[in-house]
Write a protein that binds this ligand. Sequence first.
Ligand SMILES: [Zn+2]
Length: 175
Amino acid sequence: MASPIGHAAVGVAVASVVARATGTESSAPLWIGAIVASGIPDLDFVFPLLGFDRRYHRNASHSLFLIGAAIALGFVIARHAAPEFTMGVLLAWTASLISHPLLDVFTTGPTLGKIGWGIPLFWPVSRRRFFVTRSIVGDRPEGVTLDDTLREMQDDARRIVPICAAVVLLTFLLR
Ligand SMILES: [Zn+2]
């Protein structure tokens, strides 16, 4: 389970790679949009805060099918309502959004996986929840308190951010 810092770092890194590949200029909307997109699936955390079961978190919003549908809808809306955003920017945001559930899979180890916190990538077609036997951030236990989240953010800043920063730097050097 990655923290917001881990998601933002990976979101910016993949957006940077896509921007480089599509010849998209660096801009504030590109980077801010990438950070926002990287966190969108976790907006489902509001359900538990509203009194719903904690299991509403990491559910439908982490399905590649639903995310794909949201992206398709987002493209249609953006083409009409915000034509100033180029295809390169939209693709960079798309990559950032898709990175979210995939990073969650690779940061969810057996401890979380066994208690049902894997990622339902193919919901509603399949209810299987994906996780890995060797998470890239170690086998984290369930984060419940604010302290847990802060600890995970620190850990992600140490383990994930430097790699992502290197990727971003490389894409700039290769321009
Ligand atoms: Zn998530």
